[in-house]
Design a binder for this molecule. Structure first.
Ligand code: ATP
Ligand code: MG
Length: 394
C-alpha cells in the first residue's frame, strides 16, 4: 500500500497575500530536511502540504521524525492512499491498513472530510459505510462517538482518497528563513542552544558565533559547541559557525581592567565583535541565552550595559524563563545531555570574586577606553575560523 504524509500549515494560514511565499519557503525546508532519505514529491493545496515518497525503499518513520522538526507545520498525518477515489476502494482499504491499530483498541469512530465536492457520497454517508465495514471486520469493536479510543479519518481530496489514524504533532512556529537572519552567541551551556531553537521557531535563519580562549578553553569545549549546534540544526537547518579567538582580549581585560568589571567588559566586547560578524553576514539581530537575574551579569543594570555595546537589536528569548523551564526545552530538543558535559567556557575563565551587579555604563566605558581594545578586536576579526554545521540526524 502506498502511504503519504499530509501536513497541516500552522500560522502560515494567517499570512494573507504573503502566504504563497511562506509556503514556498516551507516546502524548500521540507525538501532539505528529507533530502538524504530519498526523493519526495512535495506540493500544496487547500492548506495541506502533500509529501509523497517517490522511492519504494523510503523509511516513512524516519521521514515522520524529520517532518516533526520542520517549523511551520502544526500537525501531520501518515495516511494510506486508496487505489482509486471511490467508496469501494475506501471500504476495501480501511480494514487492511488500520488492522494493527484497530486490534489494539475497543472503541472507535469515523470522521470524514470531503473537500472534493464532486465525490458522490457526503461525509455522513462515508462515515456510516466505513464504520459498518470496520464493525464487520473487527467484531470486538464498538462505536463510541463521544470518547472513542481511536478516530479513523477519511479524507476525500482533489488528488485522492486517504485514510489515517491520529494526527501527529508538528513543530509549530513559522518556516525558518521567513523571519530574517540573526546571529546566536553560542556557549557550551544549557541556555544558548535553547535560545537558538526558540528564535529558529519564529522563522529566523541562524549564524552561530562562539568565543574560544585557548589554552584556557580546550579543543573539546569547542567540539561540544559543534555537537550542540548539530542538534539545533535538526530544527533550524544548516548554519555557519564563527569561532572567535578571544584569549588575548580576555588576558588584557584581566591585566588592565578593574576586577569587579571583568565579566561585564568581556560581555560587552563579545557584543561588539558579534555585531561586526553579524553585519558581515547580513544578520540584523543578535541572540543570547540570557535570563533575567540568573547570574550577576544578567541583572537589569548589567544587561543594560551589555546591550549598549551591541550595534543592533538583541533578542533574549529566555529572559523571563526559570532555569527548569529552559531545561525542559533542552530535554525536548535533546541538547541537555551534551550541555552538561563538564568543559570550561571562556565566561568562566578569570571570573571576579565580587562582580558588580549594578555596573554603571560610563565607568565601564571609561575602563574599556583606558585599556583600549580596538586593535585586538580587529585582530580577532581577522582570525575568525568558519565551520559549516549540518544536522545530526542519528
Ligand atoms: P549558557 O548556558 O548559554 O552558557 P549561561 O547561563 O551560562 O548561558 P553566561 O555564561 O553568562 O550564561 O552567558 C550568557 C550568554 O552569553 C549565553 O547564553 C550566550 O548567549 C553568550 N555566551 C556565553 N559564553 C559564550 C561563548 N563562549 N561564546 C559565545 N557566546 C557566549
Ligand atoms: Mg555559560
Amino acid at each position: 500500500m502506498k502511504e503519504i504524509l499530509l501536513l497541516k500549515d500552522g500560522e502560515i494560514v494567517l499570512k494573507g497575500l504573503n502566504r504563497r511565499s511562506f509556503e514556498d519557503v516551507l516546502k524548500k525546508n521540507l525538501k532539505y530536511a528529507l533530502s538524504d532519505l530519498g526523493s519526495f514529491e512535495i506540493k500544496s493545496a487547500q492548506s495541506t502540504i502533500y509529501v509523497r515518497p517517490l522511492d519504494d525503499d523510503i523509511d516513512l518513520d524516519d521521514a515522520c521524525e524529520r517532518v516533526s522538526r520542520v517549523f511551520g507545520i502544526v500537525a501531520f498525518s501518515r495516511a494510506v492512499v486508496c487505489e482509486e477515489k471511490t467508496l469501494e476502494s475506501i471500504l476495501a482499504t480501511a480494514p487492511v491498513y488500520l488492522a494493527d491499530s484497530l486490534n489494539g483498541v475497543k472503541t472507535f469512530k469515523v470522521e470524514a472530510k470531503r473537500s472534493d465536492k464532486r465525490f458522490p457520497y457526503k461525509s455522513p454517508e462515508i462515515c456510516r459505510e466505513v464504520g459498518g465495514v470496520l464493525l464487520q471486520s473487527f467484531p470486538h469493536l464498538s462505536v463510541d462517538v463521544h470518547n472513542p479510543d481511536m478516530v479513523v479519518n477519511v479524507e476525500v481530496r482533489d488528488f485522492g482518497a486517504y485514510i489515517h489514524g491520529k494526527p501527529l504533532k508538528g513543530a509549530g512556529g513559522i518556516p525558518v528563513g521567513t523571519g530574517g537572519n540573526a546571529a546566536i552567541l553560542i556557549s557550551g551551556g544549557i541556555d544558548s542552544p535553547v535560545a537558538a531553537y526558540m528564535m529558529a521557531k519564529r522563522g529566523v535563519k541562524l549564524t552561530a558565533i562562539h568565543f574560544a580562549s585557548p589554552p584556557y578553553t580546550s579543543k573539546r569545549a569547542e567540539e561540544k559547541v559543534v555537537r550542540l549546534l548539530q542538534k539545533v540544526c535538526r530544527y533550524s537547518g544548516r548554519m555557519k559557525m564563527y569561532t572567535v579567538p578571544f584569549t588575548k582580549i580576555q588576558e588584557k581585560i584581566k591585566n588592565e581592567c578593574p576586577e569587579e568589571l571583568f565579566t561585564i567588559i568581556m560581555r560587552r566586547l563579545m557584543m561588539k565583535i558579534s555585531s561586526r560578524i553579524a553585519t558581515d553576514n547580513d544578520c540584523s539581530a543578535l541572540i543570547t541565552g540570557e535570563s533575567l537575574g540568573q547570574v550577576a551579569s544578567q541583572t537589569i543594570n548589567a544587561l543594560g550595559c551589555t546591550d549598549a555595546a551591541a550595534d543592533m537589536l538583541v533578542f533574549r528569548p529566555l529572559i523571563g524563563m526559570d532555569k527548569q523551564e529552559i531545561i525542559d526545552i533542552s530535554y525536548k530538543i535533546d541538547t541537555y545531555e551534551t550541555s552538561i558535559e563538564p568543559y570550561e567556557d571562556c565566561c568562566t575563565v578569570f571570573t571576579p570574586k565580587h562582580p558588580r551587579t549594578k555596573p554603571v555604563l560610563k565607568y565601564v566605558e571609561y575602563a574599556e577606553e583606558e585599556a583600549g581594545f580596538d586593535e585586538l578586536i580587529q585582530e580577532a576579526l581577522d582570525n575568525l575560523k568558519i565551520t559549516k554545521i549540518t544536522a545530526d540526524n542519528d
